[in-house]
Design a protein around this ligand. Structure first.
Ligand SMILES: [Zn+2]
Length: 135
């Protein structure tokens, strides 16, 4: 398994764990896609609030916060679950696209991709050879 493949699968796993506990955008945060993560998180939260307020009939945030997960009817849980599944799929797809676009140098010590702007490997703290050679 290549590093790119492993990173895409790690992203999908993180996104799936986040979706399981109802938090969209965790996979996007792992990819440092801040805007996309915020869009998925706020979009799904606002969709859930809107659907709950319409179908259950709550009018205030206090009433909304008193609702338990077990009280959420399937007519709300199913579309929110589908949105969480879509966010997981989007995180995996974003990882695949992002990996194909970036050709980062690899650390000679641990083999992980390193950020060229740093003077050291962010994974094993070894000095970055790119900066060593330019001095
Ligand atoms: Zn390293």
């Amino acid at each position: 398994m290549t590093d790119e493949c492993r990173r895409a699968l790690t992203t999908a796993a993180i996104a799936a764990v986040g979706a399981t506990v109802g938090i969209a955008g965790l996979g996007h945060l792992y990819l440092r896609e801040w805007g996309r993560a915020a869009a998925w998180f706020s979009g799904i939260i606002s969709s859930a609030v809107m659907l709950i307020s319409i179908t259950v009939g709550v009018e205030t945030l206090t009433e909304l916060s008193a609702i338990r997960i077990s009280q959420v009817p399937p007519i709300i849980a199913v579309p929110i679950g589908c949105l969480l599944l879509l966010s997981t799929a989007d995180a995996h797809q974003t990882a695949k696209v992002k990996i194909n676009q970036t050709e980062l140098p690899c650390c000679v010590s641990c083999g992980a991709e390193i950020i060229p702007a740093l003077s050291f490997c962010q994974w094993c703290a070894r000095e970055n050879d790119i900066h060593t050679q330019s001095k």
